[in-house]
Ligand binder design. Structure first.
Ligand code: F6P
Length: 344
């Protein structure tokens, strides 16, 4: 069997380890042939491929980024996918001699995997995203690394904030889910975390900040890029990304002067941005990603298509794409409420 593998969407620390896991198990153990398409669907459409064998994956687990590249190129000409899109994908697969696809990606990519599966194309999804917003899996590789980086940023902002008695606002990624903000905020001991799932009023935010300040501390606020102040619009950047989604970001810069205005406390914003996705994956992400790749190779060997290699507890479980496709895993109310009582 010859398998084509590609990465789609934003990069996520651990992608290299996932490729290595799939290749070591698939090529060396099961005797598969594997090719990687460069830069996601762009490489697939252009026939730009690279042989993935043992030597191609040597020593790549600790590397950040992804050796075959990724992109947000969409293989479909419409949201639903037209019959001719599926025909083209089938004929490009036969041009590359590929019998099946492995797609490493987040919510958008696994929605595409589901569409391919429903149209009879053998596919296995390998879940990744720093946002941790994929349904059907307990965690995605990349998330632990991003949380670690954001936590380190909080630790660093705390010392400069305390020195100047300032309020420090840290904006983190996550799109419409507050997982990175919630987990890094808990780990770093932030005084409040603002997440997209739970809008708050400016008055409430300022009351928490004031309370922290009154106790003689420098308030530390973590805000997720998708957070919206009650009565305000979500802050977006100009232009859309390659798949037409609005680009989030900038809420920290909007919030900081509002806090300063209503509390009189000098406030600074830091946008962590793509630093959260860069550099070497954490040990947890390397292990999760490697196991994900191994499970995908085993699923291919057994002809188990239409699944994602999901983490459930401490096991990798092949989970139907239907349980994952088109669904976002957001922070449940009870997870937010258990920490909200400690804000301020
Ligand atoms: O989905 C991962 C993510 O990092 C989001 O948290 C963020 O909104 C987005 O990607 C940024 O995408 P880009 O790399 O296109 O700027």
């Amino acid at each position: 069997m010859r398998i084509g593998l590609l990465c789609s969407g934003g990069d996520s620390p651990g992608m290299n380890a996932a490729i290595r896991g799939a290749v070591l198990r698939g090529v060396d153990w099961h005797g598969h042939e594997m090719v990687g398409f460069r830069d996601g669907w762009r490489g697939f459409l252009d026939g730009d491929e690279i042989v993935l064998d043992r030597s191609a994956v040597r020593g790549i687990s600790p590397l950040g980024g992804v050796i075959i590249g990724t992109s947000r190129v969409n293989p479909f000409t419409s949201w639903e996918g037209e019959p001719e899109d599926y025909d083209r994908i089938r004929s490009l697969m036969s041009r590359s001699g590929v019998d099946a696809l492995m797609l490493i990606g987040g919510e958008g990519t696994q929605t595409v995997s589901g569409m391919l599966h429903r149209n009879g194309i053998p596919v296995i999804g390998l879940p990744k995203t720093i946002d941790n917003d994929l349904e059907g899996t307990d965690a995605t590789f990349g998330f632990d690394t991003a949380v670690g980086i954001a936590t380190e940023a909080i630790d660093r902002l705390r010392t400069t904030g305390e020195s100047h008695k300032r309020c420090m606002v840290l904006e983190v990624m996550g799109r419409n889910a507050g997982w990175i903000a919630l987990h890094s905020g808990i780990a770093g001991g932030a005084h409040l975390m603002l997440i997209p799932e739970r809008p708050e009023t400016l008055e409430q935010v300022c009351a928490w900040v004031q309370h922290v300040h009154d106790r003689g501390r420098a308030p530390l606020v973590v805000v997720a890029e998708g957070f919206t102040l009650e009565g305000h619009d979500t802050v977006t950047q100009q232009g859309a990304d390659a798949v037409g989604r609005e680009r989030l970001g900038g809420v920290g810069e909007v919030l900081a002067p509002l806090i300063e205005q209503c509390t009189g406390i000098e406030t600074r914003a830091t946008v962590l941005g793509h630093v959260q996705r860069g550099g070497s994956p954490s040990a947890f992400d390397r292990v999760l990603a490697t196991r994900t790749g191994i499970a995908a190779a085993d699923a291919a060997e057994n002809g188990q298509w239409g699944v994602v290699t999901a983490l459930k507890g401490d096991r990798i479980v092949l989970t139907p794409l239907a349980e994952v496709s088109g669904r976002t895993k957001t922070v449940p109310d009870e997870r937010y409420d258990e920490v909200r009582v400690t804000f301020g």
